[in-house]
Design a protein around this ligand. Structure first.
Ligand SMILES: Nc1ncnc2c1ncn2[C@@H]1O[C@H](COP(=O)(O)OP(=O)(O)O)[C@@H](O)[C@H]1O
Ligand SMILES: [Mg+2]
Length: 300
């Protein structure tokens, strides 16, 4: 079963599409990295899923039910924009108020549970306003986790965090899916940070989904390339092009794509009279793949 299935979803503001006939499939149990530049429609899509905005058209299904179904709405937790906390109240107090809003049966147990998940047990008495940005984001996640949702929707929770904050956030997100079986939809324009945890990706541009794939598929698409330097770059470039299909000059290096055997490259250059002064084997990760997609090379 899929946690989210979206067909042909559209939303416009003043005649401009923010979300433009979008399709999206988020399998149950996934950490789905929803990736796109600023203004590409990530937050709008998330607000539509959460019912904060009304779509112009299209279909949203959550766990095989229409997203307006009250039975399924209670299974969705979200952190979009900010945690909606009272700054002068303690972390505990904010969570307690939310348990009242939600009418939870075992508020104390639930608060303990979510504080443990976000590693804030020891900070329950801090005033929200005295918390660091990283803590505030975690409190927002704790708020969203009250009531044990099956789907958690997070809007750029990693944005602006320091390295340590990012690491903790990553660990928390993995915990949420692994220990609690929750599906996580997480938007970001910081790719490197999602690459470590995402099991699936959706790349959005100008309100349209331009690519969806699993981490395994991305791995399969990842291309190797060897970058090297020689004294005569132009001559070596010609020699390489005569033998290998995909050779480019980039950033002062010659790049040979999709050739696994580096020795074959060096041998060929030697035979052509070019000594290699510097050589490195690389793999195109999500970041570069994304840049290529964004520049439209593979998008059409
Ligand atoms: N409430 C709104 N009123 C008018 N335009 C909006 C509103 N919300 C978003 N937009 C526009 O829709 C587009 C997508 O925005 P958004 O979903 O916030 O993108 P992202 O979250 O990917 O940065 C942008 O061009 C933005 O200016
Ligand atoms: Mg946004």
């Amino acid at each position: 079963m899929n946690a989210i299935e979206i067909r042909d979803l559209s939303k416009s503001f003043r005649g401009m599409y923010a979300v433009d006939h979008l399709h999206m499939t988020v399998p149950q149990g996934a950490i789905y990295g929803f990736i796109g530049e600023n203004g590409s429609g990530k937050s709008t899509t998330e607000k539509l899923i959460c019912g904060h905005l009304v779509p112009d058209g299209g279909e949203i299904r959550l766990f095989d039910r229409d997203y307006t179904d009250p039975g399924v709405r209670v299974r969705v937790g979200a952190l979009i924009e900010n945690a909606g906390c009272f700054p002068g109240s303690s972390v505990y107090r904010n969570l307690r108020m939310q348990t009242i809003n939600l009418g939870l049966k075992d508020p104390e147990g639930e608060i303990r549970r979510v504080l443990e998940i976000v590693r804030m047990e020891e900070h329950a008495n801090l005033k929200f306003k005295s918390c660091s940005l990283g803590m505030k984001q975690r409190i927002g996640i704790a708020m969203a986790l009250l009531g044990d949702p099956a789907l958690l929707i997070l809007d750029e929770p990693i944005n602006g965090l320091d390295t340590d904050g990012m690491r903790i956030m990553r660990e928390i997100l993995v915990d949420i899916t692994k220990k609690y079986g929750c599906t996580v939809l997480i938007s970001s324009h910081i790719l490197g940070e999602l690459e470590k945890i995402a099991t699936h990706y959706g790349i959005i541009r100008q309100g349209r989904m331009i690519m969806e794939m699993s981490a395994a598929e991305l791995e399969g698409r990842a291309r190797v390339f060897t970058s090297l330097k020689t004294a005569d770059m132009a001559g070596a470039g010609n020699a390489l092009r005569a033998r290998f299909a995909n050779v480019r000059e980039e950033g002062g290096y010659l790049r040979v794509y999709d050739v696994d055997d580096t020795t074959a490259i060096v041998d060929h250059l030697m035979r052509c009279g070019h000594a290699v002064s510097e050589i490195r084997k690389n793999k195109i990760g999500l970041e570069e793949y994304y840049v290529e997609l964004m520049s439209g090379k593979e998008a059409e």
